[in-house]
Design a protein around this ligand. Structure first.
Ligand code: NDP
Length: 281
């Protein structure tokens, strides 16, 4: 029997499921579009109502797939999209958002992120994000691939404290953020979105993870996701273009890791003992 999903909460009180749906590589090939739409809809149907996309993915194609998947069922969904850093000027931000809204077929993005740090002054990007928020085109904004220092600098800018989230690479084999970024996010009551939670599928071929998952009677993907779901205010966004694998990922939320299992994961995938540079894909 499937339990309800754990949730994460944004600083404004909005809560979302801590397990969402990634879309990178969707929309790249028209022949796969139907299957990708079906996979996203299967996820929505089982409660994974947060969808993560970006204007960069398939040159807008992933936003279009998302738009098709959510057509007629926008209510109750939480759509995250990201702007390319090259568009992060004041004017560029406003235009990029309009283009994303059009591709998504919606009038509002729930969380709009700067994909990674930009050469454009961050204060201009923040000012444009705030304008979009006042106009109701986005409900909140955040960043992606920002390390702790970059988060501190953002926070010191006018309205910088309105940042709602930071999306970074986080999975069992990439735990560096646990040393300083994750605690910083917790102190600031900001959810951390964990991208590539399966390390783009590489983790699933890890023999140690495979062995432990086998002993527990779960799949390696489920164990990798259960690790993230056990963390406070972390949102994992695995991508799958298969409804079966989406359902498998959803069932990871039914796993409650014991203290012994958590200790075993720490032995196999040691947490950081010192500050690490932020890793990104
Ligand atoms: P993931 O870690 O989610 O892994 C995706 C891969 O794992 C795909 O090849 C998928 O194949 C496979 N997979 C998924 N579920 C299972 C399963 N149960 N069993 C076996 N294989 C499985 O990688 P992503 O890089 O896609 O990260 C997730 C999302 O994070 C992205 O889609 C994107 O939305 C976001 N992201 C953000 C970045 C950023 O800079 N902000 C950078 C990278 C990702 P299949 O589809 O065939 O099931």
């Amino acid at each position: 029997m499937s339990h309800s999903l754990p949730s994460a909460t944004f600083p404004d009180g909005q809560s979302v499921p801590a397990l969402g749906l990634g879309t990178w590589h969707m929309g790249e090939d028209r022949a796969s579009a139907k299957a990708e739409i079906r996979a996203l809809q299967a996820g929505i149907d089982c409660g994974m109502t947060l969808i993560d996309t970006a204007e960069m993915y398939a040159g807008g194609g992933a936003e279009e797939i998302t738009g098709e998947a959510i057509k007629g069922r926008r209510d109750g969904l939480f759509i995250v999209s990201k702007m390319m850093p090259s568009n992060a000027s004041h004017k560029g931000t406003l235009a990029a958002c309009e283009a994303s809204l059009r591709r998504l077929g919606t009038d509002r993005i729930d969380l709009y992120l700067l994909h990674w740090p930009s050469r454009h002054p961050l204060r201009d990007t923040v000012a444009a994000f705030e304008e979009l928020r006042s106009a109701g085109k986005i409900a909140r904004w955040g960043v992606s691939n920002f390390d702790t220092l970059a988060m501190r600098q953002l926070s010191a800018l006018p309205k910088g404290k309105n940042c709602a989230a930071n999306q970074v690479l986080y999975n069992l084999s990439t735990r560096g953020i646990e040393f300083d970024l994750l605690p910083w996010m917790a102190e600031n009551a900001m959810p951390l979105m964990a991208y590539s939670p399966l390390d783009e599928g590489r983790l699933l071929r890890n023999p140690d993870l495979g062995k432990m998952a086998g002993q527990m009677g779960v799949s390696p993907a489920q164990l990798a996701l259960a690790f993230l779901l056990g963390r406070d205010n972390v949102i994992a966004i695995p991508k799958s273009s298969s409804p079966e694998r989406v359902a498998e990922n959803r069932a990871a939320a039914d796993i409650q890791l014991t203290a012994d299992q958590t200790a075993e994961l720490d032995r196999l995938f040691p947490p950081p003992r010192s500050r690490q540079p932020l890793e990104m894909i």
